[in-house]
Design a protein around this ligand. Structure first.
Ligand code: 3H9
Length: 699
């Protein structure tokens, strides 16, 4: 069956795209649109045309799955040019999301009618490319260069209301979209086409200063990314060149983006994020449990942040603390967070009150008896966690899911202290829990499939990206962080300055270096970890200097001194000569002859350590796919998405090269920390990649 069909009603042709799930512009859709336009141009029975879509959305863009293979004609830029060139008015009927190539099709139509719930956007930049079918030329013409730049660089979804205020939409309707679009087309039939490409921009208002200011305003958020600058150059072309030349320029810059490795990496991330919810043994027939009320144990920063996620989507929360002042403080912090959003205009004061109404505070475990899911976010020791789970086992209703927010501890051991281990799992949120997108869902040995399935769905419902991990020390993210941090700390004791280590990894693309990150998290956290379970992971001289810092009271940013100095309450790290002296003393004590260490060596050691641990996790089955590990690192640790996560980055280097490098480090620095992961060795020797592993193991 064709993905594009046509019906003629009283002189109006209705072209319907039906290409589930999101009506992407696959080859057959482009062909169908081109075919119908050609036929309708000479069809004397038709005076106007409506382009609509079946299913849940208007066209959501080019078919990203086709990007890997040579493009097949008709090409999208030609299809949209043909639509715009029609002599009969063409009206787009938009519901759901008109994104990327979908919006480009809509912009090539002469008018646009949309449902009030519809959204439009040009999210190509998130895929490492730019709108390549006229979007960068037509959107500035109709919405103005400032709005166009905002949309193209942010890639955000713009509401119908805002899009109408930009002039992109002509009419918004609450329902009966198709009828409204047909009526619009009938009324427009006598007027002829109104072509977006023929609209004029007043270039005098958008000179070099405007663009320089814009570049400056986005420099921080787009650091390291290739496509944004190319997008801006396209909009500059829209302002200064006639349509045809602008389109040519857009084409050239589009090809440059497509050829850049960042496009591949970002497209990998797009699909990786959509893979995470595919869990072997679980499908749509696996039963789910109803989650109507959530209980949270602990109203600290973590507990409060976790609770906000549920309140935000209308799930009421009972939050438990041991003492009233701690409970009041916790709820006070939640209120402040919401009020801060209100001050930024993101919430009204009524909405703040509505959200706060979702919270019930309690000091009694018995009040958790009506909760369907209870998450503990208490102090990170096994003893305390076991006590909490003992209480939960006593009060929780039958079938309630019991979750621990532990970041390192053994969830099997926690589950075993209840009489219902099948209801127990880990839900590891990342701080600040109301902001960070990542959620590690830790599947314990006895976790029931319906418990896991419920939590995977729940992650989506609270707008998180939920990645399933197996039980091991630190799960996926923190387990990998450990060797990464070790190499960074070793580089310091071997001769690099902390600020050199940070600069090297910041330049690589990390949002901050590991030293600054440790100061922010609190050096005492790592210190405590090194004394506790899993201490064998830290048996190295790497941390001696950090331990001494903690013992001398330098616990990090919160006390104004850590690896760096933070003068007069400043949050800006400043190298401290006292710390440097201490480091050098520790080098002597450890018998290490300090040497100059290049940024390349710092980055290579940290990255190879990360990749090798990732390969171990994958080989042990603690992550289902390499791409899940990439999702964890990009969403939980700020790993540059444009490198596609550590495992994709390894693939881009070639696994043979990665394996050889790790062997080389083993010879240089000793085998203790540089045993190549067996899976890495196997893949490297077979000439395969982590992506091959994922493909071969896809369930
Ligand atoms: C572009 O247009 C370039 C042009 O400017 C120039 C060309 C010359 N292609 O996200 P979901 C799949 S670039 C192929 O879970 P939701 C997705 O993988 C494109 N497949 O649903 C998933 O498959 P599966 C610019 C796509 O309701 C299924 O559809 N457009 C595409 O949460 C459902 O997706 C974009 O970047 C695609 N374009 O969200 C829009 N889109 O079930 C990208 C989705 O096998 N898409 N799939 O895992 C989205 O943002 C969301 O999918 C959308 C729906 C908001 C539409």
């Amino acid at each position: 069956m064709s993905t594009v069909s046509k019906e003629i009603r009283e002189g109006i042709a209705i072209i319907t795209v039906d290409n589930p799930p999101v009506n992407a512009l696959s080859h057959s859709v482009r062909e169908g649109l081109a075919r119908e336009m050609k036929e309708l141009a000479s069809n004397a029975d038709v005076s106007a045309i409506v382009v609509a879509c079946a299913g849940r959305t208007f066209i959501a863009g080019a078919d990203i799955r086709e990007f890997g293979s040579p493009p097949q004609p008709p090409h999208l830029p030609d299809v949209v040019n043909d639509i715009e060139a029609m002599e009969k008015p063409v009206v787009a009927a938009i519901h759901g999301t008109a994104l990327g190539g979908g919006l480009e099709v809509a912009l090539s139509c002469h008018y646009r009618v949309a449902l009030a719930s519809a959204k439009i956007g040009l999210p190509e930049v998130k895929l490492g490319i730019l709108p390549g079918a006229g979007g960068t030329q037509r959107l500035p013409r109709i919405a103005g260069p400032a709005n166009a730049l905002d949309a193209i660089i942010s890639g955000r979804h713009v509401s119908a209301k805002e899009a109408k205020s930009w002039g992109v939409l002509d009419e918004i309707v609450e329902d009966n979209l198709l009828e409204a679009a047909i009526a619009f087309a009938k009324a427009a039939a006598g007027n002829g086409p109104r072509r977006t490409g023929e609209m004029k921009i007043d270039g005098t208002k958008f000179g070099p200063e405007f663009f320089a200011g814009f570049r400056k305003s986005i420099a921080r958020q787009t650091r390291g990314y290739f496509a944004p600058e190319h997008c801006i150059r396209c909009v500059e072309a829209a302002v200064s060149l006639p349509l045809e030349e602008g389109l040519k320029r857009e084409r050239e810059l589009f090809q440059e983006c497509m050829a850049n490795p960042q496009a591949k990496a970002l497209q990998h991330m797009f699909f990786a994020e959509r893979q995470v919810s595919r869990i072997p043994g679980i499908d749509k027939n696996t039963p789910r449990r109803d989650i109507r009320r959530v209980g949270i144990i602990g109203a600290g920063t973590m507990g409060g942040g976790i609770a906000m996620n549920f309140a935000n989507v209308g799930i009421p929360v009972t939050i438990l603390e041991v003492e009233q002042p701690a409970l009041d403080r916790g709820l006070g912090v939640v209120r402040k967070n919401y009020e801060r959003s209100a001050a930024k205009g993101k919430l009204t004061s009524e909405q703040v009150e509505g959200l706060m109404d979702q919270f019930t505070g309690t000091l009694s475990y018995d009040d958790l008896s009506d909760c369907d899911l209870i998450i503990e976010a208490v102090f990170e020791t096994m003893e305390i966690k076991k006590k909490v789970f003992g209480e939960l086992d006593r009060v929780a209703k039958k079938g309630a899911i019991l979750a621990s927010n532990t970041s390192y501890l053994d969830v099997n051991e926690i589950a075993a202290c209840t009489k219902r281990p099948e209801d127990v799992l880990g839900l590891h949120f990342f701080s600040p829990a109301n902001v960070m997108r990542l959620l590690e869902i830790v599947r314990a040995d006895k976790t029931a499939p319906d418990v896991l399935a419920t939590c995977v769905d729940l992650a989506k419902a609270i707008r998180k990206v939920g990645v399933v991990a197996g039980v091991c020390h630190g799960f996926i993210g923190n387990r990998m962080l450990s060797p990464y941090g070790r190499e960074a700390a070793l580089a310091v004791i071997e001769g690099a300055k902390p600020e050199e280590v940070d600069a090297a990894l910041f330049t690589f693309g990390m949002p901050m270096g590991p030293m600054t990150m440790s100061d922010m998290a609190g050096l005492d956290i790592g210190y405590l970890n090194r004394q506790g379970v899993g201490r064998e992971n830290y048996e190295t001289k790497a941390y001696d200097w950090m331990d001494r810092l903690v013992e001398s009271g330098r616990k990090g940013l919160k006390v104004g001194a850590g690896v760096y100095a933070y003068e007069d309450g400043s949050r800006t790290p400043k190298p401290d000569p006292d710390v440097q002296k201490l480091i050098e003393e520790e080098s002597v004590k450890a018998g290490i002859e300090r040497r100059a260490i290049s940024s390349d060596e710092i980055v290579e050691r940290c990255m190879m350590a990360l990749i090798n641990e990732g390969a171990k996790i994958l080989g042990e089955g603690k992550a289902y796919r390499a791409s899940d590990i990439d999702v964890v690192y990009v969403n939980g640790y700020g790993y540059p998405a444009y490198r596609g996560g550590p495992m994709h980055y390894a693939d881009s280097l070639g696994l043979k090269n990665v394996y050889d490098k790790i062997c080389e480090f083993g010879e240089k620095f000793g085998p203790r920390w540089w045993q190549p992961a067996p899976l890495l060795k196997e893949l490297a020797e077979a000439g395969k990649s982590f992506a091959d592993f994922d493909r071969e193991n896809a369930g």
